[in-house]
Design a protein around this ligand. Structure first.
Ligand code: XBP
Ligand code: MG
Length: 239
């Protein structure tokens, strides 16, 4: 019986990467006087590394090894990431990143049906708060029984840590939940935690290996909660 929806954020609730995080990273690099610029294509490759700090460290090690060897490198990464998060939150608050098609109505339907709602994301908590407030309601955080985000767990997706963290606080068995993800990393994380997982793919994740997902949809534009419940029931009957 489906009792909770667990939403990923970036790429799932909203298409935040290309015009949000990527732009914020570049603004932070400019502000810090670094000659780095992540274009759309390069950023798509860098998304293989989850976590903004981890992504910048990976980039520096590969493309700016002298910078990465500086003794204050970890401190600089944290400082850069704080700048980036400031730019990202400013973009979100300005309304730059609307929810993907059908996401708001799916959330409203789930609330009306008495399902629990949760978030399991690699992104920083400030980014989640800003997105929920800007795109749903000023108090939309309260609609979610559990919000698991960023550094709250030691290992980011594709590790299952964030999903285990959310499941424990939901107080539900994995089988009674449905995870909604956009990427191969996300599907691996949620399915490793034993959660039936549905994909809504996007520009950066189309064509990735979603092996283990119970269904792959383009988005929720033509999807109602009843269809998610039917998919979950069918899956549960055979597993
Ligand atoms: C996507 C991520 C995040 C964002 C950037 O998370 O990997 O790192 O790209 O956000 P998810 P931060 O798909 O799990 O929502 O810079 O705050 O990490
Ligand atoms: Mg995602």
């Amino acid at each position: 019986m489906l009792k909770a929806l667990i939403f990923d954020v970036d790429g799932t609730l909203a298409d935040t990467e290309r015009d949000g995080h990527r732009v914020a990273f570049n603004a932070a690099f400019r502000e810090a006087g670094l000659p780095w610029n992540w274009d759309v294509k390069l950023y798509g490759k860098l998304l293989a590394v989850t976590g903004g700090k981890e992504r910048m460290a990976h980039y520096a090690q590969k493309y700016a090894p002298d910078f990465a060897r500086r003794p204050d490198f970890p401190h600089l990464m944290r400082k850069l990431h704080t700048l980036k998060t400031g730019h990202y939150v400013h973009l979100v608050e300005g309304g730059a990143l609307p929810l993907r098609p059908g996401v708001a109505s799916m959330i409203h339907e789930a609330r009306q049906a008495g399902l629990k709602l949760a978030i399991a994301t690699t992104t920083s908590p400030e980014n989640v708060t800003a997105l929920l407030r800007a795109s749903l309601a000023h108090d939309a955080e309260k609609w979610f029984d559990v919000i698991g985000a960023g550094d709250i767990v030691p290992n980011k997706k594709p590790a299952p840590d964030i999903y285990f963290w959310v499941l424990e606080r939901l107080g539900l068995p994995a089988a009674d939940c449905l995870a909604i993800e956009d990427s191969e990393h996300g599907v691996k994380a949620a399915t490793t935690a034993g959660i039936p997982t549905l994909v809504t793919e996007n520009g950066y994740t189309r064509g990735q290996d979603f092996d283990g997902a119970i269904a792959v949809l383009p988005d929720f534009a033509a999807t109602v909660l009843g269809e998610l419940q039917a998919l979950h029931n069918t899956y549960s009957r055979h597993h």
